[in-house]
Design a protein around this ligand. Structure first.
Ligand SMILES: [Zn+2]
Length: 182
């Protein structure tokens, strides 16, 4: 998948978009725009305030505030494309379970999101069960999870040769498996 250039409706900056994904990110103004509903819904782009040593690549996750079963927690859905299906890569559950509440600042992305908000929300409802009902005793169903406050989270993965490592959860990805990444 190749990123194409569009223009930010807010600052006229170049937008980072994936073909077919109604979610575009503006790096100059740290905003994202969801076009799925026909109107431009603006949401923030946040960067996790962790310092990866050496080179890093900021990869997109979509963060929601999830509530259900009398509790609430942040949920992180992996929003970058992986070229192979069936690889044991994490779908965001490691970050959802390990990261808790992360310190963030306005940020930018190096890779366009490959998921729209609606698709990410569908996955997010399942991921939320890991935090809101980890042992299943609450009998929480994905449909009973409510999600609010979407934001794009840029995770600075440390570049270590061909491997990328998330400094928070320890998740590792082979760089060549990333779609749209030169
Ligand atoms: Zn902008």
């Amino acid at each position: 998948m190749k990123a194409v250039a569009l223009t930010c409706p807010q600052c006229s900056g170049k937008l980072l978009v994936s073909p077919g994904v109604p979610l575009a990110v503006c790096n100059p103004c740290s905003r994202a725009f969801d076009f799925a509903t026909g109107e431009k819904k603006s949401l923030p782009v946040l960067e996790a305030a962790v310092e990866p040593l050496g080179d890093s690549l900021r990869l997109p996750f979509i963060r929601f505030d999830a509530a259900g079963g009398g509790d609430h927690a942040p949920v992180y859905v992996m929003a970058f494309a992986i070229s192979k299906i069936g690889t044991p890569y994490d779908d965001g559950s490691k970050l959802t379970v390990e990261a808790r509440q992360m310190e963030t600042r306005p940020g930018r992305l190096d890779v366009a999101p490959a998921l729209g908000i609606e698709t990410a929300a569908g996955l997010g409802r399942f991921l939320a069960l890991r935090r809101l009902d980890p042992d299943g005793t609450r009998n929480l169903r994905p449909q009973a999870v409510s999600l609010s406050g979407p934001a794009i989270l840029a995770m600075p993965f440390r570049v270590n040769g061909d491997m990328l490592a998330d400094p928070v959860s320890g998740m590792e990805i082979r760089r060549t498996a990333l779609n749209g990444q030169a």
